[in-house]
Design a protein around this ligand. Structure first.
Ligand SMILES: [Zn+2]
Length: 294
């Protein structure tokens, strides 16, 4: 009797082990699904990818330096990507409004939701690396709501990327320390946030606004700027090389003629660069002018 009872007990253990392992086999599936993230531009897509790493896939709607985000409109593929996504990250404040034409599950804007500014403010928010650090932390929080099981990884990834961004915020601080209330002129307000952080004052805002809006700057504004260049009233001139208005080309020529340094910037990431190297190369142009090696 004893022996038989032992066999029954063993059999019971084996059966229950099968049932338990059978149940646990059905569990995983959900945790292996990758988060689908969309960004309006590739520099925001880069931030999403840095936070997600292998837990997600990123689709950047504008991924080429030849497309102007100001004048873009959605086509079929990005429309479907937005519909299928778990989260959309856009600049906001009127910059990439076209993304709101399609309803998404979750949409955060850098301007309204993170910087807490309204349309009408300068749109070129990615020229604030300090703000980009807040964007990665916000993304970590959002992705953690979608996949709570990866919360620790998202925050660790955001922190690691923010450490790299510190190279940019440190460089801006160094430039500010070596700037003695310098005045500058710009072709467009693209670089203005970086200039403000560096402590430079833009003296031709009215002119720059006209170029940004695609209208002709006034005769007086041009004459004033030409005089400022000839009399070295500016530390340097900032040229957005992605727009080629003839008036800008003439002013750049005048700068060369009068040995006024020109800082070359772009609205979107140039081919072959990422957000970090792009920003660093532009900020270094200013640092080199300060050092007298332009
Ligand atoms: Zn712009």
């Amino acid at each position: 009797m004893r022996y038989i009872r032992f066999v029954w007990l063993n059999l019971l253990l084996v059966v229950s082990a099968i049932i338990i392992s059978g149940c646990s086999l059905q569990k995983p599936a959900k945790s292996t699904t990758k988060i689908q993230a969309v960004a309006t531009t590739n520099f925001y897509g880069e931030l999403e990818q840095a936070v997600l790493k292998d837990h997600g896939q990123v689709y950047s709607i504008i991924d080429s330096a030849n497309v102007d985000p100001h004048e873009y409109d959605l086509t079929i593929k990005p429309t479907q990507k937005i519909k299928d996504s778990d989260l959309v990250l856009s600049n906001g404040v009127g910059y990439d409004t076209w993304v709101t034409k399609v309803t998404s599950k979750r949409h955060i804007t850098v301007g309204e939701d993170i910087a807490h500014i309204s349309p009408g403010a300068n749109e070129h928010l990615w020229y604030r690396p300090d703000l980009m650090k807040k964007v990665t932390l916000k993304l970590a929080a959002e992705f953690s709501q979608i996949q709570p099981q990866h919360r620790a990884a998202f925050y660790a990834n955001a922190k690691a990327y923010n450490q790299q961004l510190s190279q940019l915020t440190d460089l801006l601080a160094t430039i500010k320390r070596h700037n003695q209330g310098g005045k500058v002129a710009v072709s467009e307000p693209v670089f203005d946030y970086a200039l403000a952080t560096m402590g430079y004052k833009v003296i031709n805002q009215h002119f720059a606004q006209a170029i940004e809006e695609g209208t002709d700057p006034s005769y007086d504004d041009i004459a004033q700027l030409q005089a400022d260049i000839r009399h070295h009233r500016i530390a340097f001139f900032v040229e957005n090389t992605q727009s080629d208005a003839p008036v800008i080309n003439q002013l750049v020529k005048l700068c060369h003629q009068y040995h006024v340094p020109v800082v070359q910037v772009t609205e979107t990431v140039p081919a072959g660069k990422n957000y970090l190297s792009w920003m660093k190369d532009e900020f270094m142009q200013v640092r080199n002018i300060q050092k007298g090696i332009d």
